[in-house]
Write a protein that binds this ligand. Sequence first.
Ligand SMILES: [Zn+2]
Length: 170
Amino acid sequence: MVIVDGNIPSENDSESCYLTPVAAPGSGQGWYTLTRANGAERPAEISLDEARLSQQDSEVGTLLEAYGWIKERGLAVAAESIQVILISNIGPCTGCKARLRIFYSDLLAAAEEAVSTVPITVESVYNTPEASRDRTRGNMIPTTYGYPDAVQTPYNISGRQGAYWVYRLQ
Ligand SMILES: [Zn+2]
């Protein structure tokens, strides 16, 4: 979800704010796979195995969609702020947390190139009992879903109460 100047997008909005299509697992291609010679560089702390396993995750396609819209449209229309919220049912895995950092720095670079000075924030929002969870994936590759220092945020919508986790990248 790309909120521009406080405008919260609904489905099919792409004029002044943007909601990416829901990405199916395995839909991601290109820049954020971290496995392509012509894509974003894989950080040293992410093993090639971890990158390969997690390149099927929904974040790969979603981040590219959001980046494309912000670069083509969002930076031109934003007068006050751009707020990106990545919503998932569980928090991002270790590989996708690296993708999210790269995405954020890509946005800052695109803003500089467009000579835009609006503040850009990127947040991960998810809904699990605990802020983060260590798991083993595929062929014994450890990964951590979610951010241990995410902030628990209560909600109360039409009598439905609960809490979700928010982590803001810096
Ligand atoms: Zn992932």
